[in-house]
Design a protein around this ligand. Structure first.
Ligand code: FAD
Ligand code: DLZ
Ligand code: SF4
Length: 522
């Protein structure tokens, strides 16, 4: 169906498309456009998001709508606290099509597969043209990634990242990487020294708009996971820029060395804490990389910190966006290791004697955030070793983080932490015993388990679980060049020791209680 009316152009803008230069707005005449923004029940509940995530998205949407109106755009904004209850994005677009009789809909492609499937049906459903525009807020294009991936069995981020360095010219000297190396990760693994803490990042007091949304969420989403006691995220571009300024002024210098460090109660350390703003569209990722490069060129930050930060953005972030669309929909149900255990209750309650997990889950509950190495090497590592069902782990990670959208969460969870894609993304599972956590954190000194004990009821559970994991996946992992050699250590242990490891792990797993309440989905 097409072009049977002469109305305006309808421009739906989603909750993570809050960018003034969005492709659907660029070059459009304000007189001829109706912007449509929709708080809808389906998006707020397709998984039961952390309360802070709903507040963040709705508050940022309301602020962005006000900004657009101030700039002269006509905005139809649908509020969930109005008497009328909006169900789905497609339902609201249908209502707007009735109301405005637009001659065309211009919408930027959504980040998630499930919505793309809906949007692809709009052209048949609505009596006007439907243009789904590429989301060009990324450095790469999907075609570029698909060409690069063609014929490769393994899709390693590192090589794609080099392409992105060449494409952007970031940290390049002609054709060569700045300093002679592409990657300075080996300098970015400093354990935390005693008393390590970082300058506090800016915290943003909720204004009237945010307070209104907090009240809405407390009322309508009271049984969702997470605390709203502190809500400190930036919700406007100005606030996000202030957060970025503080990072470049105070924390980027130590970002690299302490990137993998964990300290109990120090929730941010030297991380930028900018993912929520980048993913909403409030900050331009490439612009942040240029600022990081400038900090290096001006002598305000070392190369290992700046390269590390840039790699997270034009490397990992860019790569997982493309990997998601390259691997969907099969990525969603991938379970190469056949993991089937239910998610333990403590992922929701934080009630566990394992001090590392308890601290990461506390931070997750209080801040809707945990930093990368907590997600990867504590929360993710445990889920991998314990063989938790990927669907349940995916739901958990999508729910609990304020920066979570499926396109970025799923590759990190299914492929990076759970190795469920059979090794397309990661060259080996990120499996580790308690030693790693002990080296990179101060958690173990406050734990009821002993990290130096290998087996028995007082042993750090990561120790026997590590060997249990290795043993049960021997057939698949033994020939892996990066991890296979651990089997010679396993084989050198006497049979009794090996049995003790396996028995300890099984005793621990048998005592895990599965989540009882329907936290994840209604
Ligand atoms: P910094 O440490 O300051 O890093 C700078 C930026 O790099 C981040 O803001 C982010 O935009 C980007 N980045 C860093 N690592 C990654 C990565 N692995 N993938 C994509 N982008 C990256 N990030 C999300 O934005 N949303 C998610 O849902 C998400 N889920 C994750 C799940 C798991 C299991 C793991 C291991 C990682 C996940 N990440 C996710 C990546 C990373 O943990 C967060 O981006 C980071 O913790 C955000 O905090 P920050 O802004 O302080 O990051
Ligand atoms: C995450 C989210 C939430 C909680 N609510 C809304 C909403 O009510 N309206 C909306 O347009 N977007 C919302 N979002 C973000 C969308 O789910 C997001 O566009 C997809 O996750 C695609 O990345
Ligand atoms: Fe975590 Fe084990 Fe250390 Fe306890 S001893 S904090 S469970 S790594």
């Amino acid at each position: 169906m097409a072009d049977i009316t002469g109305g305006p152009i309808l421009v739906p803008i989603l909750g993570d498309q809050l960018t003034r230069e969005l492709a659907s707005l660029r070059g459009r005449s304000k007189d001829d456009t109706v912007v449509l923004m929709m708080e809808v029940w389906d998006e707020a509940t397709y998984v039961r998001h952390h309360k802070q995530k709903i507040v963040l998205v709705f508050s940022a949407m309301r602020h962005f709508a006000a900004e657009l109106r101030d700039a002269g755009w006509s905005v139809d904004y649908v509020r969930l606290d109005a008497e009328y209850n909006a169900g789905s994005l497609t339902g609201e677009v249908a209502r707007a099509v009735e109301e405005y009789s637009p001659r065309a809909i211009h919408v930027v492609e959504p980040g998630e597969w499930r919505l793309r499937e809906d949007f692809d049906r709009w052209a048949d459903k609505f009596p006007c043209e439907v243009h789904i525009l590429p989301d060009d807020r990324f450095v790469s294009t999907q075609a570029e990634f698909d060409d690069w991936a063609e014929g490769r069995k393994e899709l390693r981020m590192e090589y794609f990242y080099r392409e992105m360095r060449r494409k952007t010219g970031l940290l390049m000297n002609g054709n060569d990487p700045e300093g002679g190396e592409w990657n300075y990760d080996s300098e970015n693994r400093k354990p935390p020294k005693e008393g390590l803490s970082a300058p506090e990042r800016p915290k943003f007091e909720p204004d009237e708009i945010t307070r209104e949304v907090i009240a809405l969420v407390e009322e309508r989403f009271a049984d969702h996971f997470g605390s709203l006691e502190r809500f400190e995220w930036p919700v406007t571009r100005e606030e996000a820029e202030e957060a970025a300024d503080a990072f470049f002024a105070e924390r980027i210098e130590c970002f690299g060395p302490y990137q993998d460090a964990m300290v109990a109660g120090e929730d941010d350390l030297f991380h930028s804490m900018l993912s929520t703003s980048i993913n909403l569209g409030l900050l331009d990722p490439l612009e942040l990389c240029r600022r990081a490069e400038k900090a290096y060129r001006d002598g305000r930050a070392p190369l290992n910190s700046v390269e590390g930060f840039i790699r997270q953005i034009i490397g990992w972030r860019e790569y997982v966006r493309r990997f998601y669309w390259h691997q969907m929909p099969q990525l969603q149900s991938a379970n190469d290791l056949g993991a089937s255990r239910s998610l333990p209750e403590f992922y929701w309650t934080g009630e566990t004697d394992m001090a590392c997990l308890a601290d990461c889950i506390r931070s997750t509950r209080d801040n809707a955030h945990a930093h990368h190495i907590q997600r990867l090497m504590v929360l993710g590592n445990f889920a991998l070793l314990a063989g938790i069902d990927p669907q349940e782990v995916q739901d958990w990670f999508l729910i609990v983080y304020a920066d979570a959208y499926e396109w970025v969460e799923l590759p990190n969870v299914a492929a990076m932490i759970l190795y469920a894609d059979g090794g397309k993304l990661a060259s080996k599972p990120y499996a580790a015993s308690g030693n790693y956590i002990n080296k990179m954190s101060n958690y173990c000194s406050g734990c009821r388990y002993s990290v130096s004990k290998k087996t028995g009821p007082d042993a750090c559970p990561f120790n026997p679980l590590y060997w249990h994991f290795m043993d049960r996946h021997r057939e698949r992992l033994e020939r892996n060049a990066r991890i296979g050699r651990v089997y010679s250590t396993w084989d050198r242990m006497d049979a009794e020791k090996r049995r003790e490891y396996l028995d300890s792990a099984e005793a621990f797993l048998a005592n895990l209680s599965a989540a009882k309440k329907g936290w994840a989905r209604a």
